[in-house]
Design a protein around this ligand. Sequence first.
Ligand code: CMC
Length: 429
Amino acid sequence: MTDRIAKLEIDGESYEFPVLSGSVGPDVIDIRTLYAKTGHFTFDPGYTSTGSTESAITYIDGNQGTLLYRGYPIEQLAEKSSFLEVSYLLLNGELPSKAEFAEFEEKITRHTMLHEQMVKFFEGFRRDAHPMAIICGAVGAMSAFYHDSTDITDPKQRVIASHRLIAKMPTIAAWAYKYSVGQPFIYPRNDLGFAANFLRMCFAVPAEEYVVSPTMARAMDRIFTLHADHEQNASTSTVRLAGSSHANPFACIASGVASLWGPAHGGANEACLNMLREIGSVDRIPEFIARAKDKNDPFRLMGFGHRVYKNFDPRAKVMQQTAHEVLSELGVENNPTLQVAQELERIALEDDYFIEKKLYPNVDFYSGIILDAIGFPTSMFTAIFAMARTVGWISQWKEMIDDPKQKIGRPRQLYTGATTRDYTDISDR
Ligand code: CMC
C-alpha cells in the first residue's frame, strides 16, 4: 500500500482508489471496489493493463530484459543451478539446504513411475496423435488414478500432488513420444538425474542401452530451467482460473497444457523450427522478412516478439549459447537451420520495422534448434515446454490455494449482443 490514490471521474462524480506497491515493478490501482462504487466494470481484453493476482514467485522487467525466479536472475540459475533445485525454489520460495535438496530429489525420483493401468490409456490414442493431445488427456486422467492427492483442502495432499506432477510429467511426455514412433515404453531409472532420465525414456530401446551425453543432459536441464515459470502468462493464468473453482490440481494442470499448446504461446517453438526449415537458406530471408512486415499477410516471424519483453528476452541469450554447445558437441555447427536462424536474427535486429516494434528473438527462437539437434521431432517441442512449465503452474496454483484472500475468478464483459427479444416458434421463422 502507498499513500497515493488514483482519482477517476465519471459523469462529474469523482471516485478514489488506493495505489498499491509491490516489492519492485509498476504500482497498481486497486479497483476491487470499482463496480460497487461506480456501477462500471473495466474493459481490458488480453489483460494488457490488468494485474490478476498478487504473487511472490516470478518477476519480469520487460524493458530491462530481467527475469527473476524468487529474486534470483535466470542467467545465474541457468549457469549454476539445476532444474530440480529451481523446482524446489519455485515451489518453496527459498533455495534448499543440502539435506532439503537430497530429500526433494529423492521424492521426485521415486514418483516418476505411472500407474501401470495408464499404459492402456496411452494405447487408446491413435498412433499419429500429437504428443500434446496425449499429455492433455494423460495429465487430466491422473485425477482418476491418484485419488489420494486430489483433496485440495489437505496441505499434505497438495504437496504430494505437486511432487507427482513434477515427477511424472517426463514419463508422460516420453511415453507420448514413444507411442507416436511405435516403440515400447521405457520405464524411468532412479539412478539417473532428471534430464538424463527423460532423455533415456525418449531415446533408449530395449534392444540397446542408451548412453546419455552429459552435454545433452545439461542442455536439456537448461531448457527446463529457462521454461520453468514466467509469471501470469496465458497458461499460468488458465491454471489459476481453473484452480480458483477448487478443481483438483491434475485437472488444473491439464488446462494449462491445453492453453500452452497454441502457436502464440508454447506452440511457437514448433512453429519457429518449421518456419526456419521453410526458409531453408539464407538467400530466402528477405522474402520472409517482407512477408512479416506486410500488413495484408498474416505471417509473423515465429520466435520473435513478446508481450512483456520489449528489449531482449534473457532466456534467448542463454538458449543461443546452449545451441552452440550442443551443435559443437554433435559436430554439426554448420547446421543450415542454425545458419538461417543466426542470419535472420542479424537482419531482423537491423530492420526498422523490428526495431520500432521492439521485436527481439524470444526463448523459442533457439530452443527448437537445440531440441532438433538432440533428436526430438518438432511435435515434442511444446511437450517439453509443458513438462518444464508444470513446475511453474503447480507453484502458482499452490500459492493461490494458500492465499486466504483467494476467490473464484470471474471476469465480467462488455455485452454487445441482442437485448431481450421474444422467442419465435421454428414454424414462423
Ligand atoms: N513478426 C512480425 N510482426 C510482429 C511479430 C512477429 N513475430 N510480433 C508482433 N508483431 C507486430 C504486430 O503485427 C503488431 O504490429 P501493429 O502494431 O502494426 O499491428 C505489433 O508487432 C505488436 O504485436 P501484438 O500482436 O499486438 O503484440 P502482443 O504483445 O499481443 O503479441 C506475441 C506478442 C508473442 C503473441 C507476438 O509477438 C507473436 O505472435 N510472436 C510470434 C509467436 C511467438 O514467437 N510466440 C512465443 C512467445 S515466447 C514463449 C511464450 O512465452 O509462450
